[in-house]
Ligand binder design. Sequence first.
Ligand code: ATP
Length: 359
Amino acid sequence: MARIDLDHIRHAYGAKPQSEADWALKEVHHTFRDGGAYALLGPSGCGKTTLLNIISGLLHPTEGRLLFDGNDVSTLSTQERNIAQVFQFPVIYDTMTVYDNLAFPLRNRGVAERDVDRRVREILEMIDLSEWAKRRARGLTADQKQKISLGRGLVRSDVNAILFDEPLTVIDPHMKWVLRSQLKLLHGRFGHTMIYVTHDQTEALSFADHVVVMYEGEVVQIGTPDELFERPKHTFVGYFIGSPGMNVLPVSVEGAQARFGGTAIKLPDRPRTPMGGAIELGIRPEFVRLGREGMPVEITKVEDIGRHKIVRAKLQDHEIAAIVREDEEVPAEPHVAFVPEKINIYAGSWRVAFEGETE
Ligand code: ATP
């Protein structure tokens, strides 16, 4: 296992970039802690795979350095970096048995046959393929083949890191859920440094202890699932994480109050630094209360999502979403109010830190 430092990494495909927008990765400067479980999360094209490939050595960054435990590995090949990888589609030996597919990476490194056997059996058990050990991979389903790929990625205990690139894409939804929790368990048990690329927030939040949110070639926030929910650093993180995402409304700020239309909303405390750019208020639908007090709204849609419902409403000229309990009555003259301590304020799309709040 290793700590991985990304030291001012930038990457551009093709010719020398003419403008900032030409960089596929703008600047990534971050440390992945030894033994951490990280997810790289963001929409298609934001640079997740580029970053993963730079860590694995499939791609050499245009600028910056990569360090494993303080040693510069920037010029080393994938094999020399000693990492395991699991891709979106199975990478296995079709003619080998399931068992031999998993044993291969260990035998290849000269591990004693007794240890190979113990380890392979342990992993087969965890990915629920023990019964299939003697079968050739060729005849198996896509799901099973991808499980073999996962097994191959997990089988070596001496790797510096395990990298996953959307590994559950071909897995059926029920099995996805099972494998996700198995991976989390495996991480807890073996403590590998794991980096997991996905555009699926459920996958990221359930797997990782730290989520790296990327947007247009930049890392916009690295945080625990709770931090991303409670304090999105950028309005994009607020929209992207959550279902539905955070409501964002334009406000003006006067002292300790934010004004939205004719309504004054009390702010947590004084901002630490002066606020520039357009000021917005962010409030998650979970913290919008629907009742007889607050600002009047016009309900436009109610969606039932099991024990809760999503109420969409027009608040002045803006759309707003609230999540309320399924049995909650929608009043005849509905109003909304925001839970004050759950309000975030954004200046130029970045979250404003207030006096008195802990980091
Ligand atoms: P996805 O979820 O769709 O895989 P991603 O977040 O992994 O997306 P990347 O594949 O890293 O994003 O792509 C980042 C940017 O780099 C995109 O604008 C993409 O078009 C561009 N890009 C990726 N690979 C290449 C390549 N081989 N040549 C040129 N441009 C590329």
